[in-house]
Design a protein around this ligand. Structure first.
Ligand code: F6P
Length: 524
């Protein structure tokens, strides 16, 4: 079967399935839950409520074969140059590989670098938790203010909140990302400078937001502790050692990132330093272990029973054949409120592209528009649209079997809501006696990821699951999931406008921006 005939068949199957009630496909295939319910590390992934059947799946599997999906994963893990526009490897899996595993990037051995950096992180974290890292006045550091943005912020921030139950006693983590100075001001508010350390995280060490916030933090330290404060109160995580030196952070206070890992795939590197230190000993290693277990599953399982790769095939199918361009992420855990933001960057910055890696226009969409919020809150926000809006939105429901709050009744309530919503979206309500406004069309697809617990291991596995799903979509559509050229234009234009705002300069600018500059720069 060639690509053209696969596409024709997928279109035919999609047309047929859209007239088929989702509930009836269970009758057509009594083995459906066994075929589409997959046990993966830390989770049971149930794809059986997706609007897909065996024929469509077989066809998608043929496409995956044609695109050499498993070959791409093998090449990525081998350290080949899969990020072609930047001539780099994408070795995020090496960062969480068990010690002793062989890892290369573009032919060069990187395993010793990974292990050395991980050991350096562990040493720092252990010393910090033991009160052995002292500030300039001799008092132990107990607060870390993590300054970074995008991939240098979202992962540690997400997991610090999600894993609160595993927090190291006595250590406080704060985060600042936004260029709005309120963010760094809020992060520093109430901190005791003598016991605070600022961790500046930026792969490039050129990101405006991060440098601006780092400057504010440094000024705050200097104001309270004197000129030498940064030697004991500032550390950096970056791949740009020259820029760190220029900023004035001593080489001894630097943790290294490498260009073979992209920002949004970098939680597992020294980007996770403040998270590692803020969690109890061993918890961050468990995050890595969960991700590594998902890597093994992704690399070694046939696509048909490979949870993240199958999820990628289904997302590709939903977007390009069922016409569903959006995707809702709804974790049923209040501590996972930041998961949708994390996944927005992972999925949309990786795959929001219309040109293939080789330069040709992409025929298919690799990135849905991702939004979401934590259940049950989301049910009182956008779920009305999910049940009755004109545009069906596939949903990822994420739940946890274990009750960690020792409140079985509320925990059961949370899970009942999750199951209830996915079932209601599938079955809808129709009938002669139901008023039209109260009719729900049903037939709305969802995936349920049922995790064992809100634990470091399971969350590591969950984030790796979405990384592999994202790469799968990119491979199917031929885009490069590791670059982000689109973000650059906005940065350049903002830089130009910063100068124009300072000088009220509207020369050669469009009328809309001119009018806005005039209003902003006009004295009040
Ligand atoms: O948003 C663009 C981006 O380049 C992301 O890919 C990255 O995670 C973020 O900015 C931060 O970059 P850096 O770590 O270099 O400061």
């Amino acid at each position: 079967m060639n690509e053209k005939s696969i596409m024709v068949e997928l279109s035919d199957l999609a047309a047929r399935l859209s007239t088929h009630a989702l509930v009836t496909v269970f009758d057509d295939d009594p083995q459906r839950i066994n075929n589409l319910g997959i046990q993966a590390p830390g989770m049971f992934a149930d794809f059986s409520k997706q609007r897909i059947d065996k024929k469509a799946l077989d066809c998608l599997l043929k496409l995956a074969e044609l695109r050499d999906l498993t070959g791409f994963f093998a090449r990525m893990r081998a350290g080949d140059t899969v990020n072609t526009s930047e001539s780099r490897a994408a070795q995020h899996m090496a960062l969480r590989a068990p010690e002793g595993a062989r890892s290369l990037a573009q032919g060069k051995t990187i395993a010793p670098l990974v292990e050395a950096e991980r050991n350096k992180m562990r040493l720092f974290a252990n010393k910090l938790r033991a009160g052995k890292i002292k500030g300039i006045t001799g008092r132990p550091i107990s607060t870390l203010v993590h300054v970074g943005i995008g991939g240098s912020d979202l992962g540690p921030r997400l997991l610090a909140q999600a894993l609160r139950r595993f927090s190291a006693p006595g250590i406080t983590l704060r985060f600042a990302a936004n260029l709005d100075a309120a963010d760094i001001n809020d992060a520093l508010e109430g901190c005791d400078p003598e016991t605070t350390m600022v961790v500046v995280v930026s792969k490039t060490f050129s990101t405006r937001e991060t440098l601006a916030n780092a400057n504010v933090a440094r000024a705050w330290l200097v104001q309270h502790l004197g000129e030498n404060a940064s030697s004991k109160h500032m550390i950096a995580v970056s791949s740009n050692l020259a820029a760190i030196r220029e900023f004035g952070i001593a080489p001894d206070n630097v943790f290294t990132m490498y260009d073979w890992v992209g920002g949004r795939y970098s939680l597992w590197s020294a980007v996770g330093l403040s998270l590692m230190a803020g969690l109890k000993e061993g918890a961050f290693d468990e995050v890595l272990a969960g991700a590594a277990a998902m890597d093994t599953h992704a690399l070694n399982t046939p696509v048909r029973t490979n949870a993240p790769l199958l999820s990628g095939l289904i997302s590709y199918w939903n977007q390009n054949f069922l016409g569903m361009q959006t995707r809702a992420i709804v974790p049923y855990a209040s501590r996972l409120a930041l998961l949708p933001s994390y996944l927005q960057q992972l999925i949309m910055e990786s795959n929001g592209k219309s040109v293939q890696a080789a330069g040709a226009p992409a025929d298919h969409a690799a990135s849905p528009i991702v939004f979401g919020a934590e259940g049950t809150n989301a049910q009182h926000a956008f779920f009305q649209h999910l049940h009755q809006g004109r545009h069906p939105v596939p949903v990822d429901f994420i739940g946890f079997v274990q009750d960690q709050e020792h409140n079985p009744s509320q925990h059961r309530g949370v899970l009942a809501n999750m199951l209830g919503q996915s079932r209601a979206l599938m079955i809808g309500t129709q009938g002669d006696n139901i008023e039209p406004q109260k009719t729900m069309p049903g037939n709305r697809p969802s995936t349920t990821l049922l995790l064992d617990a809100l634990s470091p291991f399971c969350l590591g596995a969950l984030l790796a699951f979405y990384e592999h799903e994202t790469v799968t979509l990119a491979v199917l559509c031929g885009v490069n999931p590791f670059d982000q050229w689109g973000v650059e234009l906005g940065k350049h234009v903002a830089l130009d406008l910063q100068g124009r705002l300072e000088n009220a300069d509207t020369d050669g600018i469009d009328p809309s921006t001119t009018a806005l500059i005039e209003r902003i720069t006009k004295p009040l």
